[in-house]
Design a protein around this ligand. Structure first.
Ligand code: PMP
Length: 460
């Protein structure tokens, strides 16, 4: 007999410690939703309740849950080779995936293309890889003074200590502050409140000027700058103009600083192009990809590096090699899933098809701009953000925190009651659905958002 949802809830709370959760909030304030199976954009509970995945399960899922082509690819790979050490040994999916990623990675005229792929097994680990590589590359050149990283205010790059050091969400960071690296924060180019493109460009220029001053003030100290191109996702889906990325590329070159693009959340079509960097016509020295890399099926991260970075580690000494390793680095199942996801992106012409979906999202989101509680509606490709006027005591120091405060909780529950998973980031409701979402499902998404906004009104 299949156990009921309530049984799973009880068994879960008896043994599990959930991520990003104050466990005290269970079971009353935050109802647990045990999922029996996934089906396209839907998550289906044990009681048959269907919930539309408006956040692509933490921004991982691209083509829908349980997508049969990816599931089949994983099954085939599992019966062939499930896992093998990637030091001294190799396998076809790791090689093929590296070839395919390098072929579609952002390129900039006059620059050496990204030429090598290093695998980690989740986003935070990939960020650690990029940070360590940048420092070690300068170290190998005899420049050990470059020990610092520049990052942006309101950024998020993961939860391990290095990744947390280059993040700026106080609730996640503050308690661990004594353990973290001493990084340099540059102002965010965030275009929030910009009336038009000229205003967004002005934000970008101002932030780039401030970055320029910061780099001038720390000559020879910085090994790399890390940023989330176009959208600071966990920071409340705050968006910036591509002009900022062009200025950053120039400034990094001028100061001899490596540029790390963290496209873990925005890669694989989220912002409308395969990679966000394309919209600025720039290429980073290190590119971190994860989440959608496997279509959202399995954990994997790819860190793409230029030949110049790679060459900096070639030597007779082992210490000059990049000795970083994870047991599941380049896992064959995850690589096979990623190859199948790339096939779907190509075969279904997903980026082109998303243009139509994104336009329908624009039309459905536009009326929310008139809501008295809404400060701004903004969009980058398949990401729509509906930002509310701040509620006193809601977000931490004005930074986004997932379903923070009572209003966030009310909105989360209201959306769930209307059959949609929405996880507000502080004052920001957002849509980041799987790309397979159809028109009828988009209307369900918009309807649940309207219901969530009703909960946002002060008298609700
Ligand atoms: N970078 C960015 C931009 C992210 O959004 C995230 C996850 N939300 C990470 C890094 C960390 O990835 P993971 O959760 O796989 O460690």
């Amino acid at each position: 007999m299949i156990a009921a949802a309530s049984d799973w809830r009880a068994r879960d709370l008896a043994v599990l410690w959930h991520p990003c959760t104050q466990m005290r909030e269970h079971p009353d304030a935050l109802p647990l939703f045990p999922v029996a199976h996934g089906e396209g954009a839907w998550l289906v509970g044990f009681d048959g309740r269907r919930v539309l995945d408006g956040v692509s399960s933490w921004w991982t899922n691209l083509h829908g849950h349980a997508e049969p082509r990816i599931a089949d690819a994983i099954g085939r790979q599992a019966r062939t080779l499930e896992q093998v050490i990637l030091a001294g040994f190799s396998h076809a999916p790791a090689v093929e995936l590296a070839e395919r990623l390098l072929a579609c990675a952002p390129q900039q005229a006059g620059r050496q293309p990204l030429a090598k792929v290093f695998y980690a097994d989740n986003g935070s680990s990939g960020v650690e890889v990029a940070l360590k590589m940048a420092f070690h590359w300068f170290h190998n050149r005899g420049d050990s003074r470059r020990t610092r990283f520049v990052t942006l205010a309101n950024s998020y790059h993961g939860e391990t200590l290095g990744a947390l050091s280059v993040g700026d969400i106080p609730l996640y960071r503050r308690v661990y502050a004594p353990l973290l690296l001493d990084v340099l924060f540059a102002p965010s180019p965030d275009a929030f409140g910009s009336r038009d493109e000229a205003a967004a460009i002005a934000c970008a220029e101002r932030a780039a000027d401030a970055l320029s001053q910061l780099l001038d003030a720390h000559p020879g100290e910085v090994c790399a700058m890390i940023l989330e191109p176009l959208v600071q996702c966990a920071g409340g889906m705050r968006m910036h103009h591509p002009r900022y990325l062009q200025r950053v590329r120039e400034l990094c070159d001028r100061h001899g600083v490596l540029l790390i693009a963290d496209e873990i959340a925005v890669g694989f079509g989220r912002t409308g192009t395969l990679f966000a960097c394309e919209q600025a016509g720039i290429q980073p020295d290190l590119l971190c990809l994860s989440k959608g890399l496997t279509g959202g099926f399995l954990p994997l991260c790819a860190v793409l590096a230029t030949q110049q970075v790679y060459d900096g580690f070639l030597d007779d000494s082992r210490e000059r090699a990049f000795l970083h390793s994870h047991s599941y680095s380049g896992n064959p199942l995850a690589c096979a899933a990623a190859l199948a996801s790339l096939d779907i992106l190509h075969a279904d012409d997903v980026i082109e098809r998303n243009r139509g979906t994104a336009a329908r999202m624009t039309a459905l989101a536009a009326p929310f701009a008139q809501h008295p509680q809404v400060a701004e509606v903004r969009q980058a490709g398949m990401i729509v953000a509906i930002e509310l006027h701040p509620e006193a005591g809601n977000a931490e120091d004005g930074h986004a925190v997932e379903i923070a405060g009572r209003r966030g909780l009310r909105m989360y529950r209201a959306a769930l009651d209307h059959g949609v998973l929405l996880r507000p980031l502080g004052d920001v409701l957002y849509w980041m659905p799987p790309y397979c979402i159809d028109d009828a499902q988009l209307k369900v998404l918009a309807g649940a958002t309207a219901a969530a906004l009703e909960e946002a009104s002060p008298c609700a």
